[in-house]
Ligand binder design. Structure first.
Ligand SMILES: C[S@@+](CC[C@H](N)C(=O)[O-])C[C@H]1O[C@@H](n2cnc3c(N)ncnc32)[C@H](O)[C@@H]1O
Length: 263
């Protein structure tokens, strides 16, 4: 069953905001329950509806999980400086490990805020394709909409965001439906319990994420569906590297390591 989300406007909605709300209410991928804002606070709306509240603003969507007064909203976070660094001739470890180049097809099985997907989309360019999967419906909705609407002053970032194809789906269900060798690279970046200071950009995601670990079945399917490699990003103490046979690429300056299964 689709989760229900309370939908309302910012305190001073424009015609555009009302129009956007109408469009969203017609979207059958998600079950919105409209509530008129009438100057009510988020806390009042939470109490009244007993649901997470999504606020439509002129510029963005703000999602307030029940009991939270700070919102989750889309922004390209670390993708901005990573892409600028690549374009200035620098190296990005994820792009290097996947040997990502123009025209490749990538499946990001754990989309989250989409920062890694944006960097990979930039690397595979207009002739390539990045597909992003997110199993938490409300997270996927906010990120999918943000990727289509957020505009960065550096155009290649905006273009990379627009090209990402987002699906609100559990990666195992999606992988099972994929033909053999249908992606070049498959990427997993599951949640971990340890808070890593270099991942503070993920803080707003913490109450809105699926914390399932990587399953045997998902790795088995990924081995069938990926053509060149499977990449894992995880905390350096994660048992997943050894458990699934990822060759670990140590990073001296980071608690987050990458691992690769070459196919
Ligand atoms: C650590 S975050 C990914 C961060 C992302 N790489 C980025 O750059 O923003 C993990 C995300 O994967 C999602 N997730 C976890 N298990 C999943 C599954 N089985 N299928 C799809 N998404 C999943 C979580 O809900 C969470 O949003």
């Amino acid at each position: 069953m689709k989760p229900s989300i309370g939908l309302t406007t910012c305190l001073r909605p424009t015609e555009d905001v009302h129009h956007r709300v109408k469009q969203m209410l017609a979207d059958e991928t998600i079950h919105f329950v409209y509530v008129s804002r009438q100057k009510k606070s988020i806390e009042q709306l939470h109490q009244e509806m007993g649901l997470p509240i999504l606020v439509v603003d002129k510029r963005r969507l703000d999602l307030y999980p029940i009991g939270q007064s700070t919102s989750f909203f889309f922004h390209p976070s670390s993708a901005v400086f990573r892409i600028k660094q690549i374009d200035a001739g620098g190296k990005d470890p994820l792009v290097a490990i996947g040997q990502l180049s123009e025209g490749m097809r990538v499946l990001d099985c754990t989309l989250g805020l989409g920062a890694d997907a944006i960097v990979m989309s930039h690397a595979v360019g207009e002739t390539g394709q990045v597909t992003g999967l997110e199993s938490r419906t409300e997270t996927a909705y906010v990120v999918k909409e943000g990727l289509q609407r957020w505009t960065e002053s550096y155009a290649p970032i905006t273009e990379a965001m627009r090209r990402i194809d987002v699906h609100m789906k559990h990666h195992l269900a999606f992988l099972k439906e994929c033909p053999d060798d249908s992606f070049d690279v498959i990427y997993f970046d599951p949640m971990f319990e340890q808070t890593v200071t270099e991942s503070t950009h993920l803080d707003p995601l913490r109450t809105l994420a699926n914390y399932e670990s990587l399953s045997n079945a998902a790795i088995e399917q990924a081995r069938r569906v990926a053509r060149t490699c499977i990449i894992l990003k995880a905390h350096f103490e994660s048992p997943l590297f050894e458990q699934y046979g990822f060759k670990r690429l140590r990073r001296k300056t980071s608690k987050l390591h990458y691992g690769v299964i070459e196919l």
